[in-house]
Write a protein that binds this ligand. Sequence first.
Ligand code: NAD
Length: 539
Amino acid sequence: MALETESRTDVLTATDVSAGRLTALADRVDCDGTETIDVRAPATDTSIGEVPDCGEADVERAVDRAREAQSSWAETAVDERREIFDRFGDLVLQHRAELLDILQLETGKSRRHAVEEVLDVAMTCSYYADRGDSALGEDRRQGVFPLATTARVTYEPVGVVGAISPWNYPLTLSLTDVLPALIAGNAVVLKPDEKTPYTALALADLLERAGLPEGCFEIVTGRGATVGPALIDRVDYVSFTGSTETGRLVAEQAGRNLIGCSLELGGKNPLLVLDDADIEEAARGAVQACFANAGQLCLAAERIYVADSIAEEFREAFVAATRELTLGTGFDFEDDVGSLIDGDQLERVERHVEDARERGATVLTGGERRPDVGPFCYEPTILTDLEPDATAACEETFGPVVAVESVPNVATAIRKANDTEYGLNASVWTGNRKRGVAVAREIDCGTVCVNDAYISGWAAVDAPMGGFGDSGLGRRHGPEGIRRYLESRTIATSRIGPLDAPPGVPTAWYARGMFALTRLQRRLPTVASVKRRLRDAGL
Ligand code: NAD
C-alpha cells in the first residue's frame, strides 16, 4: 500500500513518531556550529527533520568525553555491565514500535525487513551479555620451560572505539559492532550515516535509560568525508561498515595511525541451485536472498547459478514468486519490498539494468522504476543472458536486481561463484545437506548458507561473520567480534631467575646444555600431541 499523495507532504502523520521527538533526539548531539543536515523520508522524498552537521572540534569533544568516561567504565564489574545490556535488550523490544517507525521513516524499507533489525539487536544483546565475559577472562598459556616458567594472558579494552555505520541497516549495523566494544570496557563514538541518524540517536536514548554511564556512547552526526577522518584520527580502533571504496580510505588512515580496524564491506554474492534442489524452496529462498530490503543488503544475492537440468523449471518458479511480491511504502506489514534509499541509488539501479539491456540481456520480470508507488521505488528485477562484462555482472548493484545463469555442473557453478574480487556471503540449495556443506567448503566467502539465503549465517551470533578479499578485514560476531576490541598482555614469570647462563658457566657450555634441553623437550609429548593421539585413536 503506497502512501496517499496528500500524506506525502507529511510522512510523519503515518507514524506515531512526532517531529518533536525527532528534534529531541537531534538535540542529544553536542555541536558548536549551526549547520544542519536535512534528513529525508525516502517513501515521499520529504524532509522529516534536521541533525547537526558536526565538524572536527565536535568530534574532538565527543572523543574527549568518551575517553574520560572509559576509565571508570573499564573498572565497572563485568556483571554490572552485563545487567545494563540485559535491560537495554528489554528496552529495545519494549520500544519496538517506535524503532520500527523511525527505521522505516529514514530508510524507506518495508516493515517486515525493519523487524529483522530489531530482532537482531535483541539477540546480539543477549549473546554478548551472556557470553561476553568469557572473552574477557585471563588465559593460561604454556611457559617456555614448564614448571620453571609460567605464561598468562590478560585482556584490556583498547580504549575509545570509533564506529562508522551505513544507512541500509542502521539499527543492526550500528549496534552489532558497538555492543561487544562496550561490553569489553571500551567507550564508543559512533558516526551514523548522514541519511539515517535518528535510529542511532534513539539507540543512544535507550542505552542511557538502561543505565549506561554518560560519555560511554557518544554520537557525532555529520558528513562522512569530514566526521569520518576526524574520528579515525582520534580513536584507538575503528570499526567500519560500508562500501569497499570508503573502506580502503579508512584502512589507509588506520594504517597511518597504527590503530586496528575491522572492515565490513561490499559483496557480489552468488546463489547456487544444484540439480537435486527442491525447486519451489530454492525459488522462495532466492526471492528472500535477492529482494530483502529491496536488495540493499550486503549479503544479498546478485548472481544465481542454476544446474542446466532444472534451470527452466527454477526460472519459472523464481519469476512467479517474484511477481507475487508487493511493492509499497506503507507503515504496516502489507508490503514485501520497500523503497530504495534515494535518487542516487535509484539512478545506479537503473543504470545497471539499462546497460544490461543494451548488451542483450533479457528482463524476465521487473526492470522499471515505480514513481506511482514511491519516488525511489524500483521493481524486483530478474535478468538472464547477462554479458560477463556488463556492469550488473561485475559491480555490486545494491538494489533489487539479480542475474540468473544456467551451468552444466557444480564445478562450473563453484568456479563462477569464486570469479570475483568479493567474498562476503553465498547460498547453496540442494536436496542433500552433506553435499551442500562440501560445496560450501569450496566457496571463497566469509559465510555460506546451505538451504537458506542469509539469516542462518548472520543470526548465528556465536559464529564469526565477515568477508574474504574486497569484502573486508576482520570478523564481527562470536568471540572474534569482541576480541578485536581488546589488547592482550602476556605476563610471564620465572621461578629460576633470569633465563640466561648462570654466573660462572661458560657460554659454550650453556649453549650445549640448552641445545640438549631443547632436543629433549622436542621429544617429550606435549598436551596438544597427547590430545591429538587420543582423538586419532577415537578416544
Ligand atoms: P559508504 O562507504 O558510502 O558509507 C558508509 C559510512 O562511511 C557512512 O557513515 C559514511 O558517512 C561514511 N564515510 C563516507 N566517507 C567517509 C570517509 N572518507 N571516511 C570515513 N567514513 C566515511 O557506504 P554506502 O554506499 O552508504 O553503503 C553501502 C555499502 O556498504 C555497500 O557496498 C554495502 O555492500 C556495504 N555494506 C556492507 C555491510 C557488511 O556487513 N559487509 C553491511 C552493510 C553495507
